[in-house]
Every structure is written in structure tokens, then in C-alpha cells.
Design a protein around this ligand. Sequence first.
Ligand SMILES: [Zn+2]
Length: 76
Amino acid sequence: MTTPEPPQRAIVGFHQDDEGHWVAALECGHTQHVRHDPPLVDRPWVLTAAGRAARLGARLACRRCLEEAAEPRAGA
Ligand SMILES: [Zn+2]
């Protein structure tokens, strides 16, 4: 058995959270932080409007989708 890979979802927009961290909005309705936090996470592009615009339509692995697919909705 292999671990399932999270599905790739296109970025449809960006916003900042309360602490000023950038968050990507994905086509599936989920969001994902896209911090620039070197040396762990090196995403200098997220700090500029041009860099973010260039990433619209790029795909990120959405772990939330994988989690929701794995867990049947409780109570419904
Ligand atoms: Zn998702």
C-alpha cells in the first residue's frame, strides 16, 4: 500500500491572514498558507504582487481534500 498523494488544486487567488501571512485560495474552496520562511520554506515570489500574479493557476497539493475524502462526513 502506498500513501495517497494529495490532489493538485489550482490557485485562484491570494489573501493575507490576521498575522500578515499569505494564504492561497484554491479552486476546491480550501486555502493553504504559502509562507516565505527561509530556510525551511523558500517562496520569495509570494512577497511581491507580480510574483503572486505569476502563480495564479499554478497547482498546490491540497491536503485538506485528501483528509475530507478519507473521513466520511460525521452526522450528516
Ligand atoms: Zn482542497
